[in-house]
Design a protein around this ligand. Structure first.
Ligand code: GDP
Ligand code: IMO
Ligand code: MG
Length: 422
């Protein structure tokens, strides 16, 4: 049995990663969130409640599983404290939460910078979540970022002062409000006191677990096509939500990784700008949005919706070395009469499975669809793939055939129990 299993998004996010991680974490000793920040919104529906996790690992509901915020995450302490408080109010304790001392901190000036940059992009805007994610990662790589351990250090005020010296000049140049160092330092020192019990060396924590042959689950946020390297740049997030980000965001080496589960929906969706070949800007897209309740967990924005794109899925499989698929919303797609499945791209008259995120290539591609039967009926009580109606089985089998990877999880509803595990 492999020690580390990984859960990643295969498209543009919101594939239902939270649900899969919650399930896998019930059998794990440690569950690590590796990348992104509170741009993510991971939903878990369990015990008659709906939890939306932004920063807290989706494994937190299992009290015997250590839930780790890894070094690759950017943490807004105010948001994290609110999430901790909300969990406590719903009776979930957070004694099993650990935050990496190396995780970078999001400050109000990152959020202001995120908004300013979007404003300046004009019609070329990315449609970010405006949570300060990009600017926080910029500081990390510029080497002026402030980490969780710095919040507790005597150097903290000096670090904030140095940062604000240059950033305030930019805000002033654009006629924006500037930030007061003292106010930020005082506010964040309060957060530091509250978060101090959780801050630790999570790399050692994870390695000790591995030495004891314990099971570790890694939680990816965002998804392959939002990856800074492999996604549809510049319409991407500022981290690597692909397999490499799992290693660098947790300190886990490649040799310990076993299963890599790629999560997808039986259709597709995207929030924010950027190319999306199988998008349906029509009544079908609207129907999928309503049937699947496709409104952002984080920003509440209506999600762009469309058909499942197997060319892009195959790309995600190769980029990440995906060993198994988790397909959610099979119940949702089964409510449509007819389903279109993109099985190739037509480019300059030739049909192939070639995928690159090159904008001009994509703009010249036309999806080639195959039509399959919908109307699956009520599948909510199915306990195995065998029990699904023939039409649903055919849809799933076709996906596996084109992509060449087995489906291991089948989502038949939003709840924790609404899943067939193969
Ligand atoms: P994540 O960011 O990948 O964790 O996904 P989100 O939580 O943002 O979005 C997934 C949405 O789909 C949530 O509202 C889930 O409750 C819901 N969901 C997940 N799996 C299923 C499924 O199999 N069927 C249905 N109907 N809803 C699902
Ligand atoms: P989960 O983990 C869907 C999108 C934003 C925007 C782009 C850049 O829930 O799947 P950012 O704020 O990261 O700079 O925005 O990325 N985006 C997501 N879309 N799900 C997410 O997370 C996302 N996180 C970022 O909409 O287009
Ligand atoms: Mg989400």
């Amino acid at each position: 049995m492999s020690k580390v299993d990984v859960v990643l998004g295969t498209f543009f996010g919101d594939e239902g990663k939270g649900k899969i991680i919650d399930y896998l974490s019930s059998h794990a000793d440690v569950s690590v969130r590796c990348t992104g920040g509170n741009n993510a919104g991971h939903t878990v529906e369990a015990n008659g409640k709906k939890y939306a996790f932004h920063l807290i690992p989706s494994g937190i509901l299992h009290k015997d599983t250590k839930a780790v915020i890894g070094n690759g995450v950017v943490v807004d302490p105010k948001v994290l404290l609110k999430e901790i408080q909300e969990l406590k109010e719903s009776g979930i304790h957070t004694d099993n939460l650990y935050i990496s001392e190396k995780a970078h901190v999001i400050f109000p000036y990152h959020i202001a910078m995120d908004r300013l940059l979007e404003e300046n992009r004009g019609s070329g805007k990315i449609g970010t979540t405006a949570r300060g994610i990009g600017p926080a990662y910029c500081d990390k790589f510029e080497r002026c970022g402030i980490r969780m351990e710095d919040l507790l250090s005597p150097k903290f005020e000096e670090l904030v002062t140095r940062n604000l010296e240059s950033k305030n000049k930019i805000f002033a140049f654009y006629g924006k409000e500037t930030f007061d160092t003292k106010a930020i330092v005082e506010e964040y020192q309060e957060y530091a006191k509250l978060l101090a019990p959780y801050i630790t060396d999570t790399v050692t924590l994870v390695h000790e677990a591995l030495e004891r042959d314990q099971k570790v689950i890694c939680e990816g946020a965002q998804a392959t096509l939002l990856d800074i390297d492999f996604g549809s740049y510049p319409y991407v997030t500022s981290s690597n939500p692909t397999i490499g980000g799992i290693c660098t965001g947790s300190g886990i080496g490649a040799k310990d990784i076993g299963e890599v589960y790629g999560v997808l929906k039986a259709y597709s969706s995207r929030v924010g700008e950027g190319p999306y070949l199988t998008e349906q800007c029509n009544a079908i897209g609207d129907q999928i949005r309503e049937l699947g309740h496709e409104y952002g967990t984080t920003t509440k924005r209506p999600r762009r919706c469309g058909w499942l794109d197997l060319v892009a899925l195959k790309y995600a499989v190769s980029i990440n070395g995906i060993t198994g698929l988790a397909i959610n919303h099979v119940d949702t797609i089964g409510k449509l009469d007819k389903i279109q499945l993109c099985v190739g791209y037509r480019h300059q008259g030739k049909v192939s499975m070639k995928f690159t995120t090159n904008e001009s290539y994509l703009s010249e591609c036309e999806p080639v669809y195959e039509e399959l039967e919908g109307n699956f009926g009520d599948i909510s009580q199915a306990k195995s793939r065998e029990e699904l109606p023939e039409k649903a089985k055919k849809y799933l089998a076709r996906i596996e055939e084109v992509v060449g990877v087995p489906i291991k999880f089948i989502g038949i509803g939003p709840g924790r129990e609404d899943m067939i595990v193969e």
